[in-house]
Design a protein around this ligand. Structure first.
Ligand code: G3H
Length: 478
């Protein structure tokens, strides 16, 4: 059955005993592009068991050796950028150039992680007891960071490679083993990426990658007693996972409704360029995409015109041609986006372009004069549709931003740094960008969401720390 990509466990490629597969539909052709194994719960049990054993000896592997293997994996990953990017193009319709960038960025992330891990895990802490009242200097407390055990990594479809390695590399450098459950769209790109780790010579069983139906192995994985940490990026499923998971550390990033506040004194050319890049790159399918523009009434006409001029230049078509706007990931996603657009239409939003859709391909659309009673004012389309709300005061913008159940990133455009700082403090989001669209990178920056946008903080350093726990030994003097 050479058509079905095998899953990775026990250091080799396996067929599932289920005899079943999961199809991966190419968003552009809407035909089956690839198939992956539909793993069973017994197979998950075996993977968990071996991941547990492998982790014990990996934790004893010298830190510099773990780093060396990660550097090797990073280099191999970059060498394989072309075939992996090709999968991203076919599985998730990522524009060809962006697909290559995703892989290169992933290699850089893995290398940086190895270096950062050596730095931060190579040092511990010493406390002496006589600083606390009533104590003499008779106790020396030594702390170091030890691994958690088995880390379950669940990345989303929009960065199947990059958001997988952003979980895998910190876990490995910190001495954990990894069980990866890739998204269905993007699973083959992820399997190729895992192959690069395989070629680097990591111990067998340390890394596993199981594919399959969420309904069969989703809850089974996240509720498995063998899992010691879950790092998840995706949608609402994360909220369900957080309710069902056991008493283990969770790292979650669950989307956003990133607001962009544009003040009267803003550089409107800069703002418009960032709205278009932030709102429409990868067709808006980024958790950090600009998802609502909140612009001061007095500059709204000028800003909207500038954005429209740039939207008119966006190319629309297949990812192979490196078009700016490509088909969204699934038909149901396209239907959802269309639902938001139709709701806005019924409620009187101004359509700056005609709404156009062919299959999963939706033409870029700016909706002006959006009001709070429209769904698109609050929900994230994850598509190439950008709503503009005209505001009469900065407070109105901040209030709209803070009324959202999301709190990932936000941004403010102004030439007044004092105002920008005050607005940043007032916005209830994990990050505020001043004079730039939201974005996760550079990948060593902290990345976190408040409210329903997530739990914990990512970025290389924070992820490494999150995937460890503190162990202390106290030396008691007589
Ligand atoms: O989709 C969520 C990603 O974490 C966003 O990453 O800002 O690099 O596109 P990005």
């Amino acid at each position: 059955d050479g058509d079905v990509f095998k899953y990775y466990a026990q250091g080799h490629w396996n067929k599932s005993s289920s005899g079943k597969s999961v199809p991966i539909i190419n968003p552009s052709t809407r035909k089956t592009q690839f198939k992956v194994q539909a793993c069973t719960q017994e197979e998950v049990n075996r993977v968990m068991e071996s991941a547990k054993t492998a982790q014990k000896s990996w934790a004893k592997t010298p830190l510099w050796k773990r780093a060396e293997l990660l550097h090797k994996a990073a280099a191999i990953l970059k060498e394989h950028k072309a075939p992996i990017a090709e999968c991203l193009v076919k599985e998730i319709a990522k524009p060809a150039k962006d697909a290559v960038s995703e892989v290169v960025r992933s290699g850089d992330l893995v290398s940086y992680c190895a270096e950062e891990g050596v730095r931060i895990l190579g040092e511990g802490k010493l406390l002496v007891s006589d600083s606390f009242p009533g104590n003499d200097r008779t106790k020396y407390c030594l702390s170091s960071k030890i691994p958690l055990g088995v880390v379950l990594a669940i990345p989303p479809f929009n960065y199947p490679v990059n958001l997988a390695v952003s979980k895998i590399a910190p876990a490995l450098i910190a001495g954990n083993s990894i069980v990866l459950k890739p998204p269905t769209q993007g699973a083959v790109a992820a399997l190729h990426m895992v192959h690069c780790f395989h070629l680097s010579g990591f111990p067998k069983d340390l890394i596993s990658c199981v594919t399959g139906k969420g309904s069969e192995i989703g809850d089974f994985l996240t509720m498995h007693s063998g899992v010691n940490c879950i790092s998840f990026t995706g949608g609402d499923t994360g909220i369900a996972i957080s309710k069902k998971a056991g008493m283990i550390p969770l790292q979650m990033e669950l989307g956003g409704k990133d607001a962009c506040i544009v003040l009267e004194d803003a550089d409107l050319d800069l703002a418009a360029a960032n709205m278009v890049k932030g709102g429409f790159s990868y067709s808006g399918q980024r958790c950090t995409a600009v998802k609502v523009v909140l612009v001061m009434e007095s500059v709204a006409n000028t800003l909207v015109k500038k954005i429209n001029d740039k939207v008119a230049k966006l190319t629309v078509g297949p990812p192979e041609n490196d078009s700016d706007i490509t088909p969204v990931v699934t038909e149901s996603s396209a239907n959802f986006i269309e639902g938001l657009v139709m709701d806005a239409k019924e409620k009187g939003a101004t359509f700056c372009q005609e709404y156009k859709r062919e299959g999963n391909l939706i033409w870029p659309l700016l909706l002006d004069n959006v009001r709070p009673d429209m769904r698109i004012a609050w929900e994230e389309p994850f598509g190439p549709v950008l709503p503009v709300i005209r505001i009469k005061s900065v407070d109105e913008g901040i209030n709209h931003c803070n009324a959202s159940n999301f709190g990932l990133q936000g941004c403010v455009f102004t030439r007044d740094i004092n105002k920008a700082m005050l607005i940043s403090d007032a916005m209830e989001t994990g990050t505020v960008q001043i004079n730039s669209a939201p974005s996760r990178g550079p990948d060593h920056f902290p990345f976190q969401g408040l409210k329903d946008s997530g739990i914990g903080s990512q970025g290389i350093t924070n992820s490494i720390n999150m995937m460890t726990k503190i162990k202390t030994t106290v030396i008691n003097l007589p």
